[in-house]
Design a protein around this ligand. Structure first.
Ligand code: SF4
Length: 381
């Protein structure tokens, strides 16, 4: 999907698109009443904006995937994600209720969203998460409902989540060594996470089971044989994700990015691998199967091979803000309009206008890159 041509020429292409569009890149802000906040002149200078049809952005990309952060809290303190201490939690009254989350999801599914993933913080620290899963899985038109978790509570909750209608699961796991796990998560519980993963295997409806490892130079290289062995031994799709500048400690530096290409090269020294053709252009992972059929690994390369041109994602933060890019520096408030009594059509229009202004791409590789306005734990992965 992102061959040499796309990698080399996409940045040139997108910057000329950005120049030519001359769209007003001002953030939307809302007064308490959604209807009062929608300026009738806003967007009317753009003849391509439409108030109906499938949810799309100004660049012609359909938005089909929603990531919902159900909490900003986490029981781990991963070094690339959260500061060790000093992060204020969102006040409870600012967090969207399950009813509000279900309502927003239903509205968005009605506009063309097909895939929902629940994230955090750590989503399983929110009380009764299977209740939310059941509410969302019953929404007609929703094709997949997945969860990204650190795995700590899966041992207890995998069965309830599967019964409630969860269809996929992603477990974040950056190392298979106990001491390194402790170092990176600031928690000593690798065994428990592995037991949680094993528990997922008992529920065939929870497929695929994905293991996501953030790859950091100087940390991940020695893990490659163990992760390859895990992918071969277990029914897990093991994926490496390039380290991005969205860490809570702002410790990211470019030289610490261990690229997917480098890891693939190392893995190929161990086992022959065959590329699996990509059938969904919005798929972020480039997957490979071991040539002997023993398992699958994947590479998510947002830094070395950006895939923004096919991005179909938006994010909803736990406190009800729509973020149209992982690296957004502005947000759109939907909690305010909802709590002020906006009806579904009004909420839908707020969402549509936010999505229309979705960022074309991240600027990690451009001079003057500006970090996102929140860290990963507050946005959701
Ligand atoms: S950086 Fe933004 S536009 Fe690019 S893939 Fe991620 S969310 Fe989509």
């Amino acid at each position: 999907m992102f061959g040499t041509f796309g990698t080399v020429f996409a940045p040139i292409l997108v910057s000329s698109m950005e120049r030519d569009r001359k769209l007003p890149l001002i953030p939307l802000t809302f007064a308490p009443r959604a209807t009062a906040a929608l300026d009738p002149d806003d967007l009317f200078d753009d003849p391509t904006y439409s108030t109906d049809g499938p949810l799309s952005d100004q660049w012609g990309r359909r938005v089909k995937s929603l990531r919902i952060s159900v909490t900003d809290r986490c029981n781990f303190r991963c070094v690339y994600c959260m500061p060790e201490e000093g992060l204020d939690w969102l006040p409870k009254d600012k967090i969207l209720s399950y009813e509000e989350l279900a309502r927003l999801t239903r509205i968005l599914v009605g506009m063309g969203v097909e895939n929902v993933r629940l994230t955090g913080g750590e989503p399983l620290v929110r009380r009764d998460l299977p209740v939310l899963v059941r509410m969302l899985s019953g929404i007609p038109g929703l094709r997949s409902l997945s969860l990204t978790t650190n795995g700590y509570f899966l041992k207890e909750l995998a069965g309830d989540l599967a019964a409630a209608g969860l269809t996929r699961i992603n477990v974040s796991l950056d190392t298979l060594q106990r001491d390194k796990f402790h170092e990176i998560t600031r928690r000593d519980c690798l065994e428990r996470v592995l037991e949680g993963l094993a528990e997922c295997e008992r529920y065939p409806s929870l497929r695929p089971i994905k293991v996501n490892a953030v790859a950091v130079r100087g940390f991940t290289e020695e893990e490659i044989p163990a992760f390859a062995a895990l992918a071969r031994r277990k029914p897990y799709l093991v994926r490496f994700i390039e380290y991005m500048p969205i860490d809570g400690d702002a410790a990211w530096t470019r030289d610490r990015v261990l690229t997917g290409g480098e890891i693939l090269g190392e893995m190929r020294k161990l086992y022959p691998l065959e590329a699996i053709p990509v059938d969904d252009p919005a798929q972020t992972s480039r997957d490979f199967r071991f040539a002997d059929g023993a398992g699958t690994v994947g590479f998510i390369n947002p830094v070395s091979e950006p895939f923004c041109e096919a991005c179909d994602r938006i994010r909803l933060t736990a406190d009800g803000q729509i973020r149209t890019c992982l690296f957004s520096v502005t947000e759109t408030d939907v909690r305010g309009p909802m709590r002020a009594g906006a009806d579904d059509a009004e909420v839908a229009e707020v969402l549509r206008r936010a999505v229309w202004r979705k960022e074309l791409k991240h600027h990690i590789n451009d001079p003057g890159f500006v970090r996102a306005s929140r860290s990963m734990s507050q946005i959701g992965g």
